[in-house]
Design a protein around this ligand. Sequence first.
Ligand code: FES
Length: 127
Amino acid sequence: MTRFRAILERTFPEDPGVPMIKVTFVDATGASQTVEARPGATLMETAVENAVPSIVGFCGGMCSCGTCHCYVDAGWASRMAAPSEDELDTLRRVLDRDPRSRLACQIKIEPGLEGLRVELPARQRNP
Ligand code: FES
């Protein structure tokens, strides 16, 4: 068990009464990885816990590094909180930004996101 997974399990213990949420990450080659996400965790934490390539999470979710950049289609984006000004500021510095760009550390896993599919950029820049 990785140290990060242990922290996540302590912070968001699996509750048998709360089902896990299936999330699919699709990389720039089209390869996909479907994982189970803990409600309350962020999409970045879910990706790191499951060793999803391309999601680094360098700043630990502080919305400052941009290494959790992902693409969320409008249909899914409408089910999430809109990006904050801090998120938009950080997104201005990421590579390959487009109108679907979001920071995975700012997306909280909730039951309404069951089946969420996000795409990953071909390049992530370490700060
Ligand atoms: S983890 Fe650094 S901006 Fe998301």
